[in-house]
Design a protein around this ligand. Structure first.
Ligand SMILES: Nc1nc2c(ncn2[C@@H]2O[C@H](COP(=O)(O)OP(=O)(O)OP(=O)(O)O)[C@@H](O)[C@H]2O)c(=O)[nH]1
Ligand SMILES: [Mg+2]
Length: 619
């Protein structure tokens, strides 16, 4: 048996999925945490070997529309394998959640309803009569608070035993109803298919042609689009249903934190403060952890290996492997993990949506909406999931712009380079100035792109998720999940490329490259010639630029072999210069080779250009 979780964004579908299957998925207090289907199994009865296949779907506000998520979810609903739906509703946004439920009911798939977030609702003085709702809908209704684990144990038994097709039906405008009846009679098509066809959603061009004529007639009479008529009917019905089951008590609002966070003042200074403190914490904690892990690696692995007498090629290979492990675990891990923890706290507290709200105006200048700030901020962690996160944006135009800007955002690996080289040897202020330069370049690039990128702009619906106290277990779990992704994607790549580059070095190919690149490294940027090799390694994983530089310079105390200006330029260029291989791969997958190629060329030119400019001005 197969069941799918469906509902608005941020209602707790992924949390319920996780609790039922024990599998880790992204849970976040911001819209669009899930963008892909995720499936797992739940053991219903061990003795009878009974299993329930469960699918977690991305959240959406409506099933109409041609967005990627809508198309994806509709496809699942049309699959004959889906035996039951678990419709998850947010008790604190009940009426709007019912709107989607009414649409889901039109698919006539057996379902159960979970009214989640009842703990939040109680705080707001809202209560929902689940029995009355069950009677109105004709399906089982479970009250739940997934974060506390209440109600979760009733879900699977209800799905297995009592899921039913809901009896609820929206009464539409009588002309729409008449049209639906005539479609049924003449073409034998059901209510849901007819409604969708009237809204232009159908795989059958003939049907669209027939419905288009009817639609035109209705629209002429109502002076309103059929989409609007249908949506209004649903809204009104959801409103009346909600009125019959929801009651509000008096609720006292304490201190209104939201007003502080979402106004230009003091919202913007707070936002800047939050981002700055995040960076400083990552610098500080990451550096401590890094010292500790690198020390361990050197003492227990590197030194013993160097002590062994091995054939040169074997020694080189062993060295490459240890180097990759060290740069993965020792250098990237401490910064990335610290960053992910902070990011998860921000997400779960609900602050991210406040940031998006504040950023909306600025984002419009860049040809995007406020919600684009979410993937952009994710980019500080790792560009790869951030580029995947652009799927939540509504148009390709926005996705292309966002992808361009995301690849410029200093990810945690670049933070490693900046903090390990500049913050450590040059100073904290110069390190922050790199972020400032990058920010200015991102803004300029955004303004230019929004002028030159063709395509329509859409309106935005940004969900203001409630402010909540993040839960430690959840934050750790999510950070761990993300770091696993990093280990799975990045570590193998790091190992392979470290070995390949080690071999290239062994056979003298790198020396040739280094020689050929002297006009750029020494001439254009004023760096030592081996810097070009370090930059080349940086394409694999950004922090490897730093690691390689140390190796080639022959000392971890870089300040003894390079000037402060050289270190600064090196860090700046490697920050801007080409996204890493994994990012290029995901850009290629998400937006095509052309966009991936353009972004790559642009960032190379930008990195070299800015580096050369600073060299010219300061040297
Ligand atoms: N207080 C409270 N918080 C909850 C409850 N259920 C979920 N949450 C929180 O709500 C946020 C959103 O949960 P998710 O499980 O990511 O929601 P989702 O429906 O999968 O969201 P999308 O994937 O964006 O559609 C997370 O911060 C959860 O911890 C609940 O019953 N009570
Ligand atoms: Mg989810």
């Amino acid at each position: 048996m197969k069941a799918a979780l469906i509902g608005n964004p941020g209602v707790g579908k992924s949390l319920i999925f996780m609790q039922l299957t024990g599998l880790g998925v992204e849970v976040g207090n911001m819209p669009g945490s899930s963008i892909e289907l995720m499936s797992g199994t739940v053991c219903v009865d061990r003795d009878q070997k009974e299993w329930l296949d469960l699918v977690d779907m991305p959240g959406l506000y409506s099933l109409d529309g041609q967005g990627e998520k809508e198309v994806l979810v509709r496809r699942v609903l049309e699959e004959p394998e889906v035996d039951a739906l678990i419709v998850v509703l947010d008790a604190t946004r009940f009426e709007r959640n019912l709107y989607l439920l009414l649409q889901i009911a039109e698919y006539r798939i057996p379902m159960i309803v979970v009214v989640n977030l009842t703990d939040e609702a109680i705080k707001e003085g809202v209560s929902i009569d689940t029995d009355a709702l069950a009677t109105l809908l004709g399906v089982p209704v479970i009250g739940a608070a997934a974060a506390l684990g209440t109600g979760i144990d009733q879900i699977v038994p209800a799905v297995m035993k009592s899921a039913k097709v809901s009896t609820i039906e929206v009464p539409y405008d009588h002309q729409v109803e008449a049209a639906l009846r005539s479609f049924q009679k003449t073409m034998g098509i059901g209510r849901r298919v007819g409604l969708q066809a009237m809204q232009g959603i159908s795989p059958d061009p003939e049907m669209l042609e027939v419905t288009a004529m009817v639609v035109e007639e209705i629209e002429n009479r109502h002076r309103m689009s059929v989409n609007q008529i249908i949506a209004t009917n649903r809204h009104n019905y959801a409103h009346s249903l909600s009125g019959r089951v929801l009651s509000t008590g008096t609720h006292h609002r304490r201190f209104d934190l939201d007003r502080l966070l979402t106004r230009q003042f003091p919202g913007i200074p707070i936002l800047v403060g939050v981002i700055l403190s995040m960076l400083l914490i990552v610098f500080a904690i990451g550096a401590r952890l890094e010292d500790l892990i690198v020390w361990g690696f050197t003492t227990y692995l590197m030194t013993p290996i160097q002590g062994l007498v091995l054939p040169p090629l074997v020694a080189q290979l062993a060295y490459s492997v240890v180097l990759a492990l060290e740069s993965g675990f020792g250098i990237a891990f401490p910064y990335i993990f610290t960053f992910y923890i902070l990011l998860s706290i921000l997400e779960d507290s609900g602050y991210m949506t406040r940031a998006a709200f504040l950023a909306d105006r600025a984002m419009h200048r860049l040809g995007m909406h406020g919600e684009a700030i979410i993937p952009l901020v994710l980019g500080f962690g790792c560009n790869v999931p951030a580029v995947m996160g652009t799927r939540l944006l509504s148009s390709r135009r926005e996705r292309v712009i966002a992808a361009f800007l995301i690849t410029m955002v200093p990810c945690s690996a670049r933070t490693v380079v900046i903090s390990g080289i500049v913050a450590k040897f040059v100073g904290v202020l110069p390190a922050l100035s790199i972020y400032l330069i990058v920010l200015v370049l991102i803004l300029l690039t955004g303004v230019i792109l929004s002028r030159v990128t063709p395509g329509p702009q859409y309106g935005m619906i940004l969900e203001m998720t409630p402010l909540r106290r993040p839960k430690a277990g959840m934050v750790l779990r999510k950070s761990w999940l993300r770091i696993q992704e990093f280990l799975v994607i990045a570590m193998p790549l790091l190992l392979i490329s470290s070995v390949i580059l080690g071999l290239l070095g062994f056979y003298g190919v790198i020396a040739m490259f280094q020689q050929a690149a002297i006009p750029i490294s020494e001439g254009l940027l004023g760096l030592p010639s081996y810097a070009s090799t370090a930059l080349l390694f940086g394409i694999l994983r950004k922090e490897m630029a730093f690691e390689t530089l140390t190796v080639l310079a022959g000392t971890a105390d870089l300040i003894t072999v390079m000037t402060k200006l050289q270190l600064y330029i090196f860090a700046l260029v490697s920050t801007l210069f080409v996204p890493c291989i994994s990012t290029i791969a995901v850009l290629n997958r998400e937006l095509g080779a052309k966009v991936a190629g353009l972004i790559t060329v642009y960032t190379v030119l930008l990195g070299l250009g800015i580096g050369a400019l600073i060299h010219l001005l300061m040297a």
